[in-house]
Write a protein that binds this ligand. Structure first.
Ligand SMILES: [Zn+2]
Length: 486
């Protein structure tokens, strides 16, 4: 480790540890800036804290990072997603090389003219690359606006996340919260009522919903669900209305100027409860570089129609819950989990008790010759939650082959960072293989897009919600009645 403790003020340290959080001293815990890629970022406040590091990190390593003293100070983490080798085409490699050239040579960002980020205007600001590996880096830019524009310049499989200007709370999931998930795991048994409810999830309805969100049916007129695009606001309005028709109470949560809002919907517990189970997807998306069109059929239209169809089935069956239930469609995911970070922080500050959070992101793609699958995050998330959902999958969707993915990270990370038990549902074991990932051709009508797989995963998300939140059928309604109406 090479580090000069004489210049600690402008120093950030990247702890290359996997997500099993190290037991860190307060001087680091108070200087935590978040998890980026799969690394934790800390500021080292002084040399005495630096000296504690070797005893702190028993797994992984520390990478020092020196910031330009008089340069731009808004830092942005850039990271390549974990992708299957079939996606590493010459065209893509050229895209990455171009981007790196631009970062190293041009070194300024031109601001957009007006609202549309795809056109260049007159203002510009400097950019400097302060750290990089082959698949990640830290870029310093002038301000948040430049950070967001940077995200529109990235190669297709790269994501940008602003590093906050001041430290964020370092909150591991408390033992009591994990214990509660363990209790669910131990008591988990097949429940015929749960099966009767989740089996009513309709592929036909999902098909209608996804075609509306992508505008493949020509009805919505939504060209793009990019967070900055008008189309994402149309989608947000539509989602809110649909969830309200399904009996939920909904609100928009704006979190940053220029971004479409989060759509937060809720079913209150029948009798008072302080506990909430939250399931989610993100409704914003991203298209090919420089193209307006971002239909997001898979990323993350699939996770969005999953929670929407859970809501439709809640309405259809008339069930009520014993704990509070929230269904959330996040925005700003593609710019660094911004919508979910804002909401998870709000929940933590208001003292909300989220007992379980399950994000579905990219559920639809099935590579040729592969069975239907369900992938879980290898690093970020609560292992006990992942185990619970995996067991529920074996019970209610045994057709899914279950495994782990290095694909990282979705909105569950924001909840994980606030100390809530959380996990992510993904379409396969192994890295991302969808050739239309972050592409303007991410439609539902294409080879490999499998709504039956979305339905299987949706059933798992729904069954987990039912087991964790507890529910009751309306008086006088039986399992037979449910099956009759399917
Ligand atoms: Zn996504």
């Amino acid at each position: 480790m090479i580090l000069n403790p004489a210049t600690p003020v402008a120093l950030l340290a990247i702890l290359r540890v996997s997500d099993v959080r190290p037991n860190i001293p307060p001087c680091l815990a108070n200087n935590f800036f978040g998890i980026f890629g799969q690394q934790s970022v800390f500021k080292i406040p002084d040399s005495s804290c630096f000296e504690l590091l070797p005893n702190t990190v028993d797994e992984g390593s520390v990478v020092p990072l020196y910031l330009p003293e008089d340069g731009p100070q808004q830092l942005v983490w850039i990271q390549e997603s974990s992708i299957h080798k079939s996606l590493r085409t010459p065209k893509y490699e050229a895209e990455v090389a171009d981007f790196v050239d631009w970062l190293l040579s041009k070194k300024h960002i031109t601001y957009p003219d007006g609202q549309t980020v795809l056109f260049e205007g007159e203002k510009s600001s400097p950019v400097s690359l302060v750290y990089h590996t082959t698949n990640s880096g830290v870029v310093a830019v002038a301000d948040q606006g430049a950070a967001h524009i940077l995200s529109t310049r990235l190669p297709r499989f790269w994501k940008a996340s602003p590093i906050p200007a001041s430290p964020v709370s370092y909150l591991p999931v408390p033992d009591a919260a994990i214990e509660r998930v363990r209790d669910l795991l131990v008591s988990l048994r097949f429940d015929a009522l749960v099966a009767g409810i989740v089996n009513g999830i309709s592929v036909e309805q999902m098909h209608k919903d996804i075609r509306y969100l992508t505008n493949e049916d020509g009805m919505s007129g939504i060209a793009s669900r990019h967070s900055f695009h008008h189309g994402s606001r149309v989608a947000g309005e539509w989602l809110k209305t649909q969830f309200e028709h399904a009996g939920a109470k909904c609100r928009f949560m704006p979190f940053l100027e220029g971004f479409a809002p989060n759509v937060i919907c809720r079913y209150d517990a029948k009798t008072e409860s302080l506990d909430t189970v939250l399931i989610s997807g993100h409704y914003d998306s991203r298209g090919s570089f420089g193209m307006e069109r971002a239909p997001g059929g898979n990323d993350d239209g699939s996770g969005t129609i999953s929670i929407l169809n859970i809501a439709r089935r809640i309405k259809q069956t008339g069930i009520t819950f014993r704990n509070n239930v929230e269904l959330v469609a996040f925005a700003g995911e593609e710019q660094g989990l911004l919508g979910s970070k804002a909401y998870a922080k709000e929940l933590r500050e208001s003292g909300a008790n989220i007992i379980l959070m399950i994000q579905g992101d990219m559920l639809a793609y099935r590579a040729p010759g592969e069975p239907p699958q369900l992938g879980f995050p290898r690093s970020i998330g609560t292992p006990e939650v992942t185990q619970l959902v995996a067991n529920i999958s074996a019970i209610y969707s045994p057709e899914l082959t279950v495994g782990f993915t290095p694909a990282c990270c979705s909105d569950h990370q924001s909840f994980h960072e606030q100390g809530y038990p959380a996990t992510h549902l993904f379409e396969r074991m192994g890295p991302i293989a969808d050739p239309m990932y972050h592409n303007s051709g991410d439609l539902s009508d294409r080879p490999g897009y499998d709504l039956n797989q979305v339905r299987s995963i949706c059933k798992v998300q729904f069954a987990t919600l039912l087991h964790a939140a507890g529910f009751d059928l309306p008086e006088g309604v039986s399992l037979e009645d449910l099956e009759e109406h399917d």
